[in-house]
Design a protein around this ligand. Structure first.
Ligand SMILES: [Zn+2]
Length: 304
């Protein structure tokens, strides 16, 4: 079993396949969006477990301790908030301090619907199930903004793989599945109050992760934290944001870019030079295009 967890329970699709006592690591749970049900084999005692994602609050899980005549070893859970792209598992709670421990393999949640093709050929997406039209419009608008900008266009042009975007209402992230599928979550409800958190900025950031193939060699320097992966995502998005008249972000946290670095991009370049060199190797085409963009905050003009 992968990832070194103790498999005590596992999820079972509906209806259960003949060999449901054996964990199926690859089955996909369909999601209709509301009150989905899923079977659980080997469920722990009532009140101590949930089915959901790694984030405990993301999916509301109502475990039902009900024995089926045909399947005496299965119980089930009703789930609210399940969306395509999530990975579900069974978790048990450990007291003091309370924390959830995963006790089953993950299963992928898929939608029975096909994803929507965006205007950009490599990108398709799943709208928010409770507001498909509004979320699609926000996403298409963000994609439009990117494709009308030199940096956004350079990132879109550098995409070599199809990307499936899950429109989200809480966070943004990007991941590569074991099968190689590139997935992005974008919070289309983001009001963009924080620097870097406009919907288009979130999308650009996550697309750069995909193009960089999650490169993780950046180093924290001069009190700027990049979490190994987030130098080019944040810094290229900053140049983009400045072109759009938006505020700039310091690093992978929530703070704005400090004033000395805002006033003097060369200071940023000097302090972060090893990261700029790595960024230039990571996406040469993007950095080359950025090195020619003038009249905005842009340390990439010193690159080369
Ligand atoms: Zn990131």
């Amino acid at each position: 079993m992968a990832e070194g967890i103790i498999s005590m329970a596992h999820l079972v699709s509906m209806p259960p396949p003949p060999n449901y006592q054996v964990p199926q690591t690859t089955f996909k749970a369909d999601s209709s969006g509301r009150n989905d049900k899923i079977f659980v084999w080997g469920a722990p005692p009532a009140g101590t477990w949930r089915v959901g994602t790694d984030i405990a609050s993301e999916v509301k899980s109502i475990p039902i301790d009900w024995m089926f005549k045909e399947y005496a070893d299965l119980t089930y859970a009703e789930l609210q908030g399940v969306r395509p792209g999530m990975r579900l598992a069974v978790f048990i709670s450990r007291p003091m301090p309370v924390q959830w421990q995963r006790v089953s393999p993950y299963v992928d949640v898929v939608s029975d619907k096909a994803s929507t093709q965006s205007k950009y050929k490599r990108i398709s997406y799943y709208p928010l199930s409770d507001q498909p039209t509004i979320s699609s419009e926000k996403f298409e608008k963000a994609l439009e903004l990117l494709s009308s900008n030199l940096i956004g266009q350079a990132v879109l042009d550098a995409l070599r793989d199809d990307v499936i975007v899950r429109l989200d209402d809480s966070s943004a992230s990007a991941e590569r599945t074991t099968s190689g599928e590139k997935r992005i979550w974008v919070n289309v409800q983001s009001d963009g109050f924080r620097p870097g958190f406009g919907v288009d900025e979130l999308l650009l950031h996550e697309l750069i992760h995909v193009v960089e193939n999650w490169y993780d060699g950046y180093e924290d320097r001069y009190n700027f934290q990049w979490d190994k992966t987030d130098f080019l995502t944040v810094t290229a998005t900053n140049v983009y944001s400045c072109m759009r008249g938006r505020a700039l972000r310091k690093d992978h946290g929530y703070l704005p870019l400090p004033n000395p670095h805002f006033k003097d991009p060369k200071l940023h370049w000097t302090e972060q030079r090893p990261n700029y060199v790595k960024a230039g190797r990571s996406i040469p085409s993007l950095v080359r295009i950025m090195s020619r963009i003038r009249n905005v905050w842009n340390p990439f003009i010193y690159w080369g």
